[in-house]
Design a protein around this ligand. Structure first.
Ligand SMILES: CC(C)(COP(=O)(O)OP(=O)(O)OC[C@H]1O[C@@H](n2cnc3c(N)ncnc32)[C@H](O)[C@@H]1OP(=O)(O)O)[C@@H](O)C(=O)NCCC(=O)NCCS
Length: 154
């Protein structure tokens, strides 16, 4: 049982957080972890391009939440938003999202988006409840540019 009185620090993610963030990702059911994008090198590249916008939630040296967040100069994007089981439903997810959104605003970014699997009821409930708009008028398209970037689902 987790101690609910622990103080939680919400702060920008550093590259040195990677091992703990990766261990957290591996505990999140339904997450797809990509062999290249989510490798230490892949995340280092992302954080170099976006040094202030990704976020972790930390308590007693443990990473209990994380958001990879970056932008391309126009639109912000969230990836791998998660809170460790046992720490959920006490506002950590929302606090991290707000911190990341403020970091994007500070970079002059006016809009942020993310992808949620349709079957992810918790994730979809979360985004709606924190005020994000569910777009029914869009279809999502992508194109694989590198077949070596394999996804493994947890
Ligand atoms: C989604 C997730 C990040 C939410 O983190 P969290 O810290 O528990 O969220 P918060 O406590 O900030 O919740 C904010 C609001 O979201 C809604 N919400 C959160 N979890 C919910 C759940 N299980 N069911 C329904 N609504 C939920 C609630 O309205 C909540 O406000 P309330 O507690 O005042 O009712 C967490 O459940 C998680 O890591 N899930 C697995 C990974 C995932 O699905 N990520 C999203 C990918 S798109």
């Amino acid at each position: 049982m987790e101690n609910t009185n622990q103080e939680i620090t919400i702060r920008p993610m550093r590259q040195s957080d990677y091992p703990k963030v990766y261990q957290l990702w591996k505990t999140i059911k339904g997450f797809g972890i990509r062999s290249m994008d989510d490798s230490e090198e892949g995340v280092a590249r992302f954080i170099r391009r976006n040094p202030s916008t990704s976020i972790v939630a930390e308590t007693e040296g443990q990473v209990v939440g994380a958001i990879l967040c970056g932008h391309d100069g126009r639109r912000g994007c969230f990836y791998h938003v998660c809170v460790r089981e046992g720490y959920r439903k006490r506002g950590i997810g929302k606090d991290m999202a707000v911190k990341a959104m403020k970091a994007l605003q500070a970079e002059g970014i006016n809009k942020v988006c993310l992808i949620a699997f349709k079957k992810n009821e918790v994730g979809n409930s979360f985004w709606k409840s924190v005020g994000w708009t569910f777009r029914e008028d869009l279809n999502y398209y992508d194109f694989v540019l590198n077949d070596e970037n394999i996804t493994i689902f947890q």
